[in-house]
Design a protein around this ligand. Structure first.
Ligand code: PLP
Length: 488
């Protein structure tokens, strides 16, 4: 029976020394893991006994934390995604840093709820948003939030653009008979259409416009489409430019899109999920001309800025428009001019979430500790690695480059192999724990895709990837066993 007369029900230990020692050991272990990450396999599949371990029911009684930690080391630590590893090139994933990890620890310790009120974590988040605006070339009084990722940031942007187009009453009554239309390039990320879906406008409200040979949205076609949709009784309201497409790294003609939006009175949003961080590199920045004219920009800190998952950001030029899309007042969230309930606007006035963790701390610490220039150099170096891989592909008779390299993504193919062979090579290399690549489809053909997004990747990793792919292609062409690949 629970003892209701007990002096305290605290979950804190009576004696902190044991927990403290365990905490120190965890820190040592995880720093060891990070320091040795390149020597470990990129990824390894979960063995059956590990999968089976996830079937247990709700633990009614507790266990010693040391035992729970031992389970973590056995069941979880070895079987992550692998994105910390220098040869994780499969998807656009950041590698994380020890600085970001320590910031997560501090944020967990502080346990701040960043939905609102007047406290330093909110001030820290506002500073991060101002830094983001500076990076993007947007005004310093732009509004914004640190959110989970670009999917959420795009969703917030769609809601702001919708309210700006239809007026505040649409928040109560919905869009009614108005048929809103949004536009993006065919290579736009799926989360853009999902944002329209979640906003209740329907995924079909996103009209995809063909891209040119370099993967950039064709602005002349966009103009025609807008005119045709108006004639058909629709209300165009939003253009989503992509600055770094997920498939090929293509960057839309942002200045051209800004001109088009200005001509037609449309909201200009940019999905710069990873591209935004490239603006910290003076060499790469000119490719993003026109970004400074966006009404809103969505991007991630967890990709190229190497902040641990999750951390994305939405920046909105017009803070009044941003607030108009979300702010509501209720008695239990009453604002005051002093005390803890002061400090308007609160993050809850700017997005869908009320309770929120202190994500901004790991961003703030990353930018403070490394400096924005160093992060920009990481992005630049990743692009140089992509160029090197593309050069190696071009000079290798067994391989074929399948898309222009605009930034950090290289799409290539093993000559003479059908789509199944390309897929098999990727899976074999993943299972061997050597290299993680992914596949995508370019002009109807399945291709291998390498995205450079990790500060740990070196030139010799690029050479290893080429060697691995060529060897795996040889094995893929004839019966072979995985041990052969593992022994590469
Ligand atoms: C990764 C990515 C997204 C989605 O961002 P999340 O942080 O995964 O939600 C959107 N657009 C582009 C171009 C991306 O690369």
């Amino acid at each position: 029976m629970p003892d209701h007369e007990a002096v305290t029900s605290t979950l804190d230990p009576l004696d902190w020394s044991e927990l403290r020692a365990l905490g120190h050991r965890m820190l040592d272990d995880v720093i060891d893991d990070l320091a040795g990450v390149a020597e470990a396999p990129v990824w390894r599949p979960m063995p059956e006994e590990v999968r089976d371990a996830w079937q247990g029911g709700l633990p009614r009684g507790g266990a010693a934390m040391a035992d729970v930690y031992r389970e973590y080391r056995r069941l979880i630590a070895p079987y992550g995604v692998g994105n910390r590893h220098p040869r994780f090139l499969g998807w656009v994933h950041g590698g994380g840093t020890a600085v970001g990890m320590l910031a997560e620890l501090l944020a967990g310790g502080l346990n701040a709820n960043c939905g609102g009120r007047d406290h330093a974590p909110i001030a820290c988040e506002r500073q991060v948003v101002r830094w983001a605006a500076e990076m993007l070339g947007l005004p310093q009084d732009s509004s914004g939030l640190v959110v989970t990722g670009t999917s959420m940031a795009n969703f917030v942007a769609v809601l702001v653009a919708r309210t700006a187009a239809l007026g505040a009453q649409s928040r109560r009554r919905g869009a009614g008979a108005v048929r809103l239309a949004a536009y993006a390039a065919t290579g736009a990320h799926l989360c853009v259409s999902r944002a329209l879906d979640m906003a209740g406008l329907g995924a079909d409200a996103l009209h995809l416009v063909s891209a040119d040979a370099a993967g950039r949205l064709d602005v002349a076609l966009l103009e025609q489409r807008i005119a045709a949709d108006r004639d058909a009784g629709m209300q165009p309201f939003l253009v989503v430019g992509t600055a770094g497409s997920v498939d090929t790294g293509a960057i839309d003609d942002l200045a051209g899109l800004a001109d088009c939006c200005a001509r037609h009175g449309l909201w200009f949003h940019v999905d710069a999920a990873f591209g935004a961080i490239a603006m910290l590199s003076p060499v790469l920045r000119p490719r993003f001309g026109g970004m400074e004219r966006a009404d809103s920009v969505a991007f991630d800190f967890h990709k190229w800025a190497q902040v641990p998952y999750d951390a994305g950001c939405i920046v909105v030029r017009d803070h009044a428009a941003h607030r108009a899309a979300f702010a509501r007042s209720v008695a239990y969230l009453r604002r005051e001019t002093r005390g803890l309930a002061a400090g308007e606007p609160w993050p809850v006035d700017l997005g869908p979430e009320l309770s929120r963790g202190f994500r901004a701390l790991k961003v703030w610490m990353t930018l403070k500790a490394y400096g924005a220039d160093r992060i920009g150099e990481v992005a630049f170096r990743c692009c140089a690695l992509a160029e090197r891989l593309a050069a190696r592909v071009r000079s290798c008779p067994a391989l074929e480059l399948m898309a222009q390299v605009s930034l950090n993504v290289v799409c290539f193919r093993v000559r003479g192999g059908d789509d199944a062979v390309q897929t098999r090579i990727v899976a074999d290399l993943q299972q061997a724990g050597r290299t993680v690549l992914s596949t995508t489809v370019i002009e109807g053909a399945c291709v291998l895709r390498a995205a450079f997004c990790n500060h740990r990747t070196t030139w010799s990793d690029v050479d290893l990837v080429i060697d691995d792919v060529v060897k795996a292609a040889m094995w893929a062409a004839e019966p072979r066993c995985l041990e052969d690949v593992a022994a590469l």
